[in-house]
Design a protein around this ligand. Structure first.
Ligand SMILES: [Zn+2]
Length: 653
């Protein structure tokens, strides 16, 4: 039997008092409704009175919010003097590739063949299917061109019995329509296409992808969201917020003298239990009859690294993982195949994923599709890795412009660049917490609905991946039932975000009311540089080192990793206002050799002189392979291995 589609739940504004986002804090101040003020210097979100005044009623009273409640959003020069030395738009890993090297083999309409029949090489192909996340089932070699029943095909050609050419082809083998598990006949369903570029920050995208952004904003009427705040350190917690709506990192509220919000999943559950029974976005879309696709250009992927289970039965109708397994794993693809994306052929990972996505869009002209591409290789390690791909994303969008006109298109980063000296600049330090987001809506909704107006309004405020997730669920379940005309704020049970395709609840959006760990907060607070040459500064550094050592001890890594000792304070900034009598500082401290680890943290010095480290301590410089003796994602940034020979091939996300 079909379930009925989920009902729209408008937020009864009284229920806001029950919300987890600390509205109580604002009740005290909530006797008036603040009108949002947006100037280049100050942005005060509006919030509403909790009692007695109706949801819509607005008061003209303006009250200046206290220092800790306001969220002054960052407005700055993307090309300021400090960041310019780090920006090189000419970096192109393909600059030495040979454009005349075209694939010798083809995969067209389900059959493989040779580009040139007179070719003197001996070519063969074999199929790669997914057996598990980390293993492919590999077919036998076929020397006869003809039909193949797999989506990932390895092609190799030999000259005098030496393999001289290797290539991985992809195709989409369409499957029969999926019967929805809910009644969908009254829903207006659109495709949703997500392109996530790992480590793509807002300002970095503006520097690196001018043509793609200009095409999206101009031709596709996309709205840019400059103020998205990441909700976790690296890919996984941000990906899990988007895909599952779950919090992986504790939100420490000790700055505000409030209880912390604990993570939804323990590391153990996240890593060692298959996620098949959790409701991911992919499950949700399948339930509504969509075909789903996931392509990640890394065999470990968002859910698997470094030793986690991911899915047993993945909720993806089309999953590119066998491609990455063939490319990266032992005893999978041949060496000649593994080399084919190394630069000579002018082909990179993101090309292969955009090809696969394009094949998906072409394969199902009449069915609804939800697709997600996660490109990790371009920008993971450098500020300058993404610029050369601008034309590739542009070309993809132009090539598929008709299909994308009927789709919501979400172009997004998970977090910003986490490594390198650029993080020491103002822009780089902001970028790491401020992922890019641009969204275009289907062409027929641009003029006939108010969605673009709402998005433009909401884009002036702080947003998170939880809000993006809610917006995607809104497209799937709620707006689809009202022909995308719903404008009232929406509360989705169990969700931490609010769809920005409509009004959002008028609670002020700051890092206290939204699920953002404070150490990542992009709201700007006036701070003053203070001397590091005193006892308090050194004591703060010692507390940060202790906090790191505690983490290592708790994780049982004290045997493997050296004990951190503070060497000096690199920067000490004092917040201009105290919090309930405590001074608050933002600190970067360098540890003694051999680690020379730089750690960044916020600390509070209580009126009694007691020092408290707030929230998570962040690693602020690269640790490369110095933590390779341990696998725990959480602890690696804190670890410098006692034995530096024990390197394995770990990589961080
Ligand atoms: Zn990432």
């Amino acid at each position: 039997m079909l379930e009925t589609p989920e009902q729209i739940q408008h937020i009864p504004w009284r229920s806001i008092t029950r919300k987890r986002f600390f509205v109580a804090f604002f009740v005290v101040l909530g006797l008036t409704i603040l009108i949002s003020v947006y100037t280049p210097l100050y942005y005060f979100g509006s919030y509403q009175q909790i009692f007695q005044v109706s949801f819509r009623q607005k008061s003209e009273n303006r009250t200046k919010m206290s220092y800790w409640e306001q969220c002054e959003l960052p407005i700055y020069d993307f090309y300021n003097d400090e960041i310019i030395p780090y920006v090189n738009p000419n970096v192109n890993p393909l600059s030495r590739c040979n454009a005349s090297l075209k694939p010798l083999t083809t995969l067209i309409n389900g059959s493989w063949g040779l580009k040139d029949k007179k070719l003197k090489l001996e070519c063969r192909t074999r199929c790669h299917w997914r057996e598990s996340e980390r293993r492919n089932k590999i077919g036998n070699w076929s020397y006869q061109p003809g039909p193949v029943d797999c989506e990932v095909l390895e092609a190799v050609c030999a000259e005098n019995n030496t393999d001289v050419y290797g290539y991985l082809h992809t195709q989409i083998l369409p499957t029969p329509p999926r019967k929805p598990k809910v009644e969908t006949k009254n829903l207006k369903q659109y495709d949703v296409t997500v392109i996530l570029v790992d480590s793509l920050a807002y300002s970095q995208a503006r520097r690196s992808l001018p043509r793609t952004i200009s095409y999206m904003t101009n031709h596709m009427d996309a709205v840019l969201f400059p103020y998205v705040n990441k909700v976790g350190d690296n890919s996984r917690p941000n990906g899990v917020a988007l895909w599952f709506g779950k919090l992986l990192q504790k939100i420490d509220r000790s700055l505000f003298d409030e209880e912390s919000i604990m993570a939804d999943w323990t590391h153990n559950y996240m890593c060692h239990v298959f996620k098949d029974n959790e409701t991911s976005l992919f499950h949700e879309f399948q339930k509504y009859g969509y075909k789903t696709l996931l392509a990640e250009d890394w065999a470990e992927g968002t859910l698997n690294w470094p030793n986690c289970k991911g899915f047993n039965k993945p909720p993806f109708d089309h999953y590119m993982r066998p491609f990455q397994n063939a490319l990266e794993r032992k005893n999978h693809g041949l060496d000649v195949t593994k080399r084919h994306l190394k630069g000579q052929m002018c082909r990179e990972h993101h090309h292969t994923m955009l090809d696969y996505l394009g094949q998906f869009l072409d394969a199902y002209p009449d069915q609804k599709k939800f697709s997600w591409v996660w490109a990790i290789n371009l920008g993971h390690d450098t500020e300058n890795g993404i610029a050369h791909s601008d034309n590739d994303f542009y070309n993809f969008m132009v090539k598929h412009r008709q299909q994308l006109d009927n789709s919501f298109v979400v172009f997004v980063g998970d977090h910003g660049l986490r490594f390198g000296g650029v993080r020491k600049t103002f822009v780089g330090a902001l970028d790491v917490n401020n992922p890019f987001l641009a969204i275009s809506i289907p062409k027929e909704l641009r003029k006939t609905t108010k969605i673009l107006d709402h998005m433009k309004e909401n884009a002036k405020k702080l947003q998170t991946h939880f809000d993006t997730r809610s917006a995607i669920l809104d497209i799937l379940k709620f707006q689809s039932a009202s022909n995308f005309t719903d404008t009232k704020p929406l509360e989705i049970p169990g969700e931490r975000g609010y769809s920005y395709l409509r009004e959002q609840p008028s609670i002020i959006r700051n890092c206290k009311n939204t699920p953002i760990p404070y150490q990542y907060c992009i709201c700007q607070f006036n701070k003053t540089t203070v001397s590091t040459d005193n006892k308090v500064a050194l004591s703060i550094g010692e507390h940060i080192a202790n906090s790191v050592n505690e983490q290592l001890k708790e994780g049982n890594f004290a045997e493997d990793c050296i004990e951190m000792k503070v060497d000096r304070i690199l920067s000490l900034l004092k917040y201009d206002q105290s919090m309930n009598g405590s001074d608050v500082y933002s600190v970067v401290a360098e540890m003694k050799k051999p680690s020379q680890a730089d750690f960044k943290a916020n600390v509070k010095v209580l009126p009694t002189g007691k020092i408290k480290v707030l929230g998570m301590v962040e690693r602020a410089n690269s640790y490369k392979r110095t933590a390779d003796c341990i696998a725990s994602e959480h602890h690696r940034p804190y670890c410098y291995c006692k034995n530096q020979q024990s390197a394995t091939t770990m990589k961080s996300t």
